[in-house]
Design a protein around this ligand. Structure first.
Ligand SMILES: Cc1cc2nc3c(=O)[nH]c(=O)nc-3n(C[C@H](O)[C@H](O)[C@H](O)COP(=O)(O)OP(=O)(O)OC[C@H]3O[C@@H](n4cnc5c(N)ncnc54)[C@H](O)[C@@H]3O)c2cc1C
Length: 397
């Protein structure tokens, strides 16, 4: 069987996983990343169910477990940080806090580092043109470089520009009406090992998560219709948060004081990517570029790792990449459907606007935190991270 010349765009979790597997099967792999160097940023992400199975097959599960954030579980708290409901990892396993909760940069790096010795990585470049013919594609990059490839894997995340170039009008965004910001602030000794979820009225809330480096990870969320705030500049985004939470108590005064100084500021509008097909000719999409489920699903990183494995496995089975793409899509569709199957009512319930809504949420949480319903609650609100039959491709590792 001939070993194809593969271009992967995007050197994050999805792209690195495809590159990890394909480069070990003898494919000639080039990874092109738009950023000038490997992107280490991001906050806590979860690897669950089938994602952990793939990491195990890669021999990386142990390394990932050693890098977990050490979060013991999630507490729903009130204004005084009094616990309304507790979901401890030791009680329920993969609940609101996953057993394998890791910094995004760490999970991406442990896949990237061994791969960089087997695949070519080029940073600070991206695709501007693709001319496809019967034998593959001539790809022109921003740098002016032009190269031929048999297959192009697009793993550029939710805002992918190559998707816009090659699949115009073929993707829809499903907005979840949630604007979020992630960043770190200095931790304090009494921050503890549990994540704290706090909600107030006006669709506003935040989660504080302990970091292994002594910093506290802050996730702020506002339930509102999108104004495409992800396109604003960082200073405007920061000011937006300062204004929205200016008069709030709890830990907000401490958080707002740090916001102007924050370096690792990540701000986005939660939106899912919906597409009727993930490939055309020799081009295939994977990870968030194909199916972003949003951090609310809890399985975005899992989907990217599993998608990378399945895509590489199918490409390794046959010379016919069109058949491989079809098989990949057949296997991944139900899993992605599960990941994206979050009713829009969920963010609305979890980020209440009124005092009555807040009282209702806290009552539900109090009930959900009792031993009898804890597990059922987790099953209802979390996506099923095992809803995929992982094929055994007998691949080199
Ligand atoms: C810096 C960063 C921080 C993040 N922080 C969090 C977080 O805190 N919590 C969370 O739940 N999720 C976070 N995410 C998203 C999370 O990584 C993904 O949801 C998930 O892991 C799926 O990964 P992916 O590889 O499909 O996409 P992504 O992780 O989004 O990666 C896409 C990659 O493609 C690159 N890229 C974009 N456009 C191009 C282009 N045209 N050409 C070449 N490369 C391109 C990007 O720079 C990025 O490296 C973050 C992503 C990034 C990039």
């Amino acid at each position: 069987m001939s070993r194809k010349n593969i271009l992967i765009t995007g050197a994050s979790v999805g792209g690195n996983t495809v590159a990890w597997w394909l480069s070990r099967q003898g494919f000639d792999v080039t990874v092109v990343e738009r950023a000038d160097s490997f992107r280490d940023g991001g906050q806590n992400v979860d690897v669950r169910g089938a994602g952990r199975d793939v990491l195990r097959r890669m021999g990386l599960e142990q390394q990932a477990m050693e890098l977990t954030t050490g979060e013991s579980g999630t507490d729903w708290v009130d204004e005084e940080n009094r616990v309304i409901a507790r979901f401890a990892v030791e009680d329920i396993g993969d609940g609101p806090t996953a057993e394998l909760e890791i910094m995004r940069g760490d999970i991406s790096r442990i896949i990237y580092e061994p791969t960089q010795q087997k695949a070519r990585y080029r940073f600070g470049d991206h695709i501007v043109k693709v001319d496809e013919d019967k034998t593959g594609s001539l790809v022109t990059f921003k740098s002016g470089i032009a190269e031929r490839y048999d297959v192009i894997v697009v793993a550029e995340g939710v805002g992918s520009s190559t998707r816009a170039l090659l699949f115009p009008g073929e993707y829809k965004m499903r907005y979840l009406d949630l604007t979020i910001a992630y960043f770190s602030i200095p931790g304090k000794e009494n921050d503890g090992k549990f994540a704290r979820q706090y909600n107030t009225t006006g669709g506003r809330g935040a989660t504080l998560k302990p970091g292994s480096d002594g910093n506290l990870r802050v996730y702020m969320g506002i339930h509102k219709v999108s104004e495409e705030e992800q396109k604003w500049g960082t200073e405007r985004q920061k000011q937006f948060l300062l204004d929205k939470f200016a008069h709030d108590g709890w830990e907000f005064p401490r958080i707002l004081k740090e916001i102007p100084k924050v370096q690792d500021f990540y701000f986005d509008v939660m939106r899912q990517v919906k597409m009727d097909r993930w490939s055309a000719g020799s081009v295939v999409l994977t990870g968030d570029a194909a199916w972003c489920a949003t951090p609310l699903s809890g399985i975005g990183t899992t989907l990217a790792i599993v998608g990378g494995y399945v895509l590489a496995g199918e490409l390794s089975k046959t010379d016919d990449h069109v058949a491989a793409f079809a098989a990949y899509e057949r296997i991944m569709r139900p899993f992605v459907k599960e990941g994206q199957g979050l009713p829009k009512i969920v963010p609305r319930l979890l980020w209440p606007h009124t005092r009555l809504g807040l009282a209702f949420l806290r009552t539900v949480m109090r009930l959900a935190g009792t031993r009898a319903v804890r597990k059922i609650f987790s099953t209802l609100f979390l996506r099923d991270s095992k809803k995929v039959e992982l094929p055994d491709y007998n691949l080199n590792t």
